[in-house]
Write a protein that binds this ligand. Structure first.
Ligand SMILES: [Cu+2]
Length: 218
């Protein structure tokens, strides 16, 4: 359309389709695509201090249907530590456990969400480990007691981690609806559930929530 042209956009197609139908269809398509809101979450310790490295995620029956496994995910061992120390994956993700040290490791988990064992090995075991059940998986090594790692398996595509400097995170591009917002941190007592609260995601704009985690370990 040229500048000053008074014709509405849709009239260009009037020879082929009735204008009202085309415009209504276009608008409906646009509004569906645009229906996504955000949730801003402030995570703090009991004292009110911002808490970094918390994982927040939004669960719902619809969110569960959108979950896809992640590809190419690793939980390495480097300098006798798990790297990363905390890994978040969606349910159905397969994780490789490459050992980049020259010593052997023996990785295991006794957690209900995933019990497994990779017996003494070097290099990368050829079979990845499948994490198909949501929950917290605590990792250890039979040889090195100080090695502790975590895999949080979530049943939703809507998750994020609070950044190092702040306890604030934004979950965006979330379809509107009611969700259970869960907040988890490695310093929660072992076996403690994530903090839960209901949150409603608007069709546009941002909802806010705050999550205060009490009883954190030092
Ligand atoms: Cu080890």
């Amino acid at each position: 359309m040229t500048f000053g042209d008074p014709r509405p956009l849709c009239s260009a197609a009037r020879w082929r389709w009735p204008r009202a139908v085309l415009c209504a269809g276009g608008l409906a398509g646009w509004s569906v695509a645009a229906q996504a809101g955000s949730v801003q979450v402030d995570v703090t310790e009991a004292s009110g201090r911002p808490l970094a490295d918390a994982v927040v995620f939004l669960d719902s029956a619809d969110a569960r249907k959108q979950v896809k496994p992640l590809a190419g995910v690793e939980m390495a061992q480097e300098k006798r530590q798990f790297v990363p120390g905390v890994l978040v994956v969606t349910a159905g993700t397969e994780v490789l456990f490459p050992n980049r040290d020259s010593v052997r490791h023996h990785v295991y988990s006794f957690s209900p969400a995933k019990k497994f064992e990779l017996k003494l090995y070097t290099g990368t075991p050829s079979n990845p480990v499948l994490f198909d059940k949501p929950g917290v998986v605590a990792l250890g090594c039979n040889i090195h007691d100080q090695m502790v790692g975590w895999i949080l398996v979530v049943d939703t595509p809507y998750y994020a981690r609070t950044p190092a400097a702040t306890g604030r995170v934004l979950l965006d591009n979330v379809p509107p609806g009611t969700y259970t917002l869960r907040t988890w941190h490695t310093r929660l007592p072992v076996g403690a559930p994530a903090l839960e609260q209901a949150v409603t995601v608007p069709a546009t704009g941002t909802a806010t929530a705050s999550a205060r985690l009490t009883g954190l370990q030092p």
